[in-house]
Design a protein around this ligand. Structure first.
Ligand SMILES: [Zn+2]
Length: 340
């Protein structure tokens, strides 16, 4: 089968690889219908150590079940499924708490940018969806594997509710998804901090009431100006770099919440009197347990209440995966779908 591998910084190739096999009786093999490149794939794209064997890439996919292990009970060959980017049994105490990305028997999906991939804990992980040929529906399905529900998780952890004010930092696909989720939860004011106009325009369609293109202190001042000097109740941080964290505590209202879903590219950050403590700021967020939210979001997609698939602005064949990485890395594309 064809699979996307990364051999070093900027070195992505599509090559022949052995087909995945069932290793555990709880596994399933899924034939990938659509996959995509994630903003988080760009971190290794810059810094992965050089290797001759290559790293199998991709963690977002929708597809059709090809084969199931002996212990899989709820899935059969031919089922159309959405796969969260983390696999989980969905039954352990942590999963029951709604944090499937920390499942006691789970882990992260790899090798989704390929024709076939193996998914662990298939019963707990894979969610069946009505099969379709409609490209817009496929795109929205694919966002439920990661990007829309990662944005949703940011809003969920910040307890966004009707009447609240929200700042979203980052106009990538996750930030725009966070805007859509906050809007769906009834936020009254949604300030999107981003400076790519095509992206912030989509953000406005997703529900942003204001756009702030300025960054750093200037951006913070602008958000404060838009909120009577108070800042917003919630800040959804979808970038992961230190300047975004500084902006987050700069724009959060006293007593408010900073919810991070951009993978932090730092280990140390201010939490003292001048940043969080002095104004009773809550810091939360982490890898999104998309499995916890997937059925409800699928119902919203199928009913036409949300259309998160609009974040995809390019589709290329799996063979063109190297080009997909280049387009995303150069910011020429917001999010690129791969079609095996
Ligand atoms: Zn679990």
């Amino acid at each position: 089968m064809r699979a996307t591998l990364m051999f070093g910084p900027g070195e992505v190739r599509v090559e022949d690889r052995p087909e995945p096999r069932i290793l555990q009786p709880t596994d399933a093999i899924v034939r990938v219908v659509r996959a995509c490149v994630c903003g988080s794939d760009l971190h290794p794209y810059h810094s992965i150590p050089v290797s001759t064997t290559g790293q199998a890439m991709g963690h977002e996919l929708i597809g059709v079940v090809e084969q199931v292990g002996a212990d899989v009970r709820t899935l059969t060959k031919g089922d159309f499924v959405i796969s969260p980017f983390a696999f989980s049994d969905n039954t352990c105490p942590i999963c029951r708490d709604g944090f499937q990305t920390a499942c006691l028997h789970g882990g992260f999906v790899g090798g989704a940018q390929a024709e076939l991939t193996r998914i662990g804990q298939a019963d707990g992980t894979l969610v069946k969806a009505p099969a379709t040929d409609d490209e817009a529906t496929l795109a929205s399905y694919l966002t439920l594997a990661d990007v829309y529900l990662t944005g949703y998780h940011a809003a969920f952890m910040a307890k966004v509710a009707p009447g609240m004010s929200v700042t979203v930092i980052g106009d990538g696909a996750v930030g725009l998804s966070a805007v859509l989720a906050a809007s769906r939860m009834g936020a009254e004011q949604i300030i999107l901090m981003g400076h790519h106009q095509a992206r912030t325009d989509l953000g406005r369609e997703f529900g942003a009431t204001d756009v702030v293109a300025e960054r750093g202190d200037e951006g913070v001042a602008k958000v404060r100006e838009l909120t009577g000097g108070l800042g917003t109740h919630a800040v959804l941080e979808a970038v992961g770099h230190m300047p975004a964290y500084h902006q987050a505590y700069g724009v959060v209202r006293s007593g408010g919440v900073i919810s991070r879903v951009g993978v932090p590219q730092y280990d140390e950050a201010p939490v003292g009197f001048g940043s969080l403590f002095g104004r009773n700021i809550t810091l939360t967020g982490g890898p999104a347990p998309v499995r916890a939210y997937l059925e409800d979001a699928l119902a919203d997609v199928l009913a036409g209440r949300i259309n998160p698939g609009r974040v995809f602005d390019r589709t290329v064949s799996l063979e063109d995966a190297p080009e997909a990485y280049r387009l995303m890395d150069s910011r020429q594309a917001l999010k690129v779908m791969l079609k095996p």
